[in-house]
Design a protein around this ligand. Structure first.
Ligand SMILES: [Zn+2]
Length: 542
């Protein structure tokens, strides 16, 4: 049976090329057919069409989080014990919370705790736990405490289970911390995949991702560019899609080397995993690799020394030829490469490699993850534009970490999140969260949309306000530009005939609201394919 809906009496921000605002639209079987006035839409409708009176609400296209880690949110919010600083203030309390978890866990099974970045500074002891602390949780269970994707700490049973001993070597770019006798302390940095860190069984992870996707729908997100960091993360998305439970339209990026080997990519085995899956729901976007690490862990590759570290500039994970080979082979497969590049030296090398592959780059829309946050000189901006590269900066960092970068590195980083300059150069800026579950609303696009307009931190400090963008530009980052970044602008990102009926209903008038209040917006309804997939209940929020 044909399913036809008409949404009328709305303020529809179509996000089309002219930024048109209309009253109404109509969709048939999940595809928009008319956009216009109430009268035009109702006149064209079938008598049996369902008419939805929006009662003057604002309707926007479904939002897209183009650099997501729903896999990590599933661990943080569903599978692991919550040991963030909001719950534990000391290592003793951490041990207590994890011991409660161990008590309810069969012997031999993993006990995981999910904390937050730089939590060493937040524990009363002023340090990270080590294996001996975590041995107080249990000697009968392998125990892991995760501070970030990069920092994972294990108890003795876990180290034994994974076979990590004094003889285990550090993987390239990773480090096993050792005590004076050379024994592992339990603290590991960027070693998780190399030592075989724990992953939930695929079906368990898929169920957790299924629950987390409802949290995304509740904040108006209908699409993801999901960067799978671990192998089960990709398999869980495939499993969810196969069983018909994946609601979010997901474009998938598999991380090398944790999720895929070079051979898996070049042989076509990665693409073959997506055979038979409805592309509308889940499709392969490309491959992600880390060219350097984070700034705060001093792992980003810089052109000049780190402050206070004469001679130290961080490391690149690949040389120019290796990176060119990757860009070329991913391009040859018709896929995107998503290069994580934080430091200016990494950015330059990523641009050099993409330039070396020539003309095909523009059509592939290769991505540089975190480009557009820092180090954006006029020269780099014009290189990004000329090469057709998609910069993927994190607008939410304006609220939290941006000013810290300048305090740490000084003026050489240039303007923070210079979105005005990037948009003026013709670049499509891509909305995304990079959320891994540090806070309960880290995946929510509305605070980030606000920040790109107001340029204020959470505390109200200004962050290079001359780089502010307009509401339409900021919302555009999470709609049409994000759709472009995942090669889906023909079906997503705006409300126009021929595109999917994915949309969000909000009570506030986005065109007149004080921008400082955008972050608090809670969508009333979220729709995918002309189906209502989320309704906020009428109860006041606690
Ligand atoms: Zn990320």
């Amino acid at each position: 049976m044909v399913k036809e809906i008409c949404v009328v009496n709305a303020r529809v921000l179509t996000m089309d090329a002219e930024d048109r605002v209309v009253q109404a639209f109509r969709s048939v079987d999940g595809v928009l057919v008319d956009v216009g006035t109430d009268q035009e839409v109702l006149d064209a409708a079938d008598p049996d069409a369902e008419v939805i009176d929006a009662k003057g609400a604002t309707v926007i296209p479904g939002l897209i989080d183009a650099h997501s880690h729903i896999e990590m949110l599933a661990y943080a919010w569903e599978l692991a014990a919550d040991v963030r600083a909001s719950r534990v203030s000391s290592i003793d309390e951490l041990v207590h919370v994890l011991r409660l978890r161990a008590d309810g866990t069969p012997d031999g099974e993993w006990v995981m705790g999910h904390g937050q970045h730089f939590q060493d500074a937040l524990f009363a002891e002023g340090r990270f736990p080590d294996r001996h602390d975590l041995d107080r949780v249990s000697t009968r269970h392998p125990v892991m405490y995760r501070s970030s994707f990069h920092t994972n700490i294990f108890n003795s049973a876990a180290l034994e289970l994974m076979g990590v001993t004094a003889a285990t070597e550090d993987a390239p770019g990773g480090r096993i911390e050792r005590d004076d006798d050379g024994e592992p302390t339990g603290r590991t940095f960027d070693m998780f995949a190399a030592i075989g860190g724990p992953q939930a069984p695929v079906e368990v992870l898929a169920d957790a991702v299924d629950r987390v996707q409802d949290m995304y729908l509740a904040v108006g997100v209908t699409g993801l560019g999901e960067i799978s960091l671990l192998s089960h993360g990709l398999d869980a998305m495939l499993a969810l899609a196969k069983r018909g439970d994946l609601k979010l339209r997901t474009t998938s990026y598999a991380t090398f080397p944790n999720v895929v080997s070079e051979d898996t990519v070049t042989s076509g085995a990665l693409a073959a995993k997506f055979d038979g899956i409805d592309e509308e729901r889940l499709k392969l976007g490309g491959v992600k690799l880390f060219l350097d690490g984070g700034l705060t862990s001093l792992a980003a590759a810089l052109n000049e020394d780190y402050p206070g570290k004469p001679g130290y500039r961080g490391e690149l994970a690949y040389d120019h030829d290796e990176l060119c080979r990757w860009v070329q082979s991913v391009s040859d497969l018709g896929l995107q490469i998503a290069i994580h590049a934080i430091g200016d030296r990494a950015l330059d090398q990523a641009l050099d490699a993409i330039e070396a592959t020539g003309e095909v780059t523009r059509t592939r829309r290769h991505r540089i993850e975190h480009a557009g946050n820092l180090w954006m000189t006029p020269e780099r901006i014009s290189r990004l534009a000329e090469l057709g590269v998609v910069p993927v900066p994190q607008p939410a960092f304006i609220l939290t970490t941006a000013l810290g970068y300048r305090r740490h590195l000084g003026d050489r980083i240039g303007d923070l999140m210079p979105f005005r300059s990037l948009i003026d150069a013709g670049l499509a800026l891509v909305g995304n969260s990079d959320a891994i579950g540090i806070t309960a609303d880290q995946h929510d696009p509305f605070p980030a949309i606000q920040a790109a307009i107001t340029r204020h931190t959470h505390a109200g400090e200004p962050v290079d306000p001359h780089q502010a963008v307009t509401l339409m530009e900021s919302l555009g980052m999470y709609t049409r530009d994000a759709a472009y970044a995942v090669h889906r602008e023909h079906e997503l990102g705006s409300l126009e005939p021929g595109k999917r009926a994915d949309f969000v209903v909000i009570d506030e008038d986005l065109l007149t609201i004080d921008p400082e209040e955008i972050g608090a917006i809670r969508p009333r309804e979220t729709w995918i394919d002309g189906d209502r997939v989320f309704v906020r209940d009428e109860l006041p929020r606690s």
